[in-house]
Ligand binder design. Structure first.
Ligand code: SF4
Ligand code: SF4
Length: 94
């Protein structure tokens, strides 16, 4: 067995310029689909909040979840991760 160790290689990282910069730019104008939340199905588990890469799923005063569509990119991760299928992706109509 060789005693040589490999030099760690650099791992490519995200190109977001600085933390929170995605909130600086409205992205909803080029989105092709958007999520809607059935508040009757939502169990408030917060999984969608944890997995949304943009941090745009918020809670209103009645503890109901909603998406800030000005900044949502329509990636669909929230709908995939929701365990009770409360989030559904709909096509944008322009
Ligand atoms: S579609 Fe993507 S960006 Fe929009 S709320 Fe869901 S996870 Fe976040
Ligand atoms: S993942 Fe689904 S059930 Fe959980 S908070 Fe989000 S919308 Fe509600």
């Amino acid at each position: 067995m060789s005693s040589k160790t490999k030099t760690p290689q650099k791992i490519p990282v995200s190109v977001i310029a600085k933390p929170g910069s995605s909130k600086a730019n409205k992205t909803g104008s080029w989105r092709t689909q958007y999520p809607i939340c059935d508040k009757n199905k939502c169990t408030a588990c917060t999984l969608c909040v944890l997995y949304c890469p943009e941090g745009v799923i918020k809670v209103d005063k009645k503890s109901k979840y909603f998406v800030d569509l000005d900044y949502c990119k329509g990636c669909g991760i929230c709908a995939l991760i929701c365990p009770v299928k409360a989030l559904e992706m709909k096509p944008e109509r322009r």
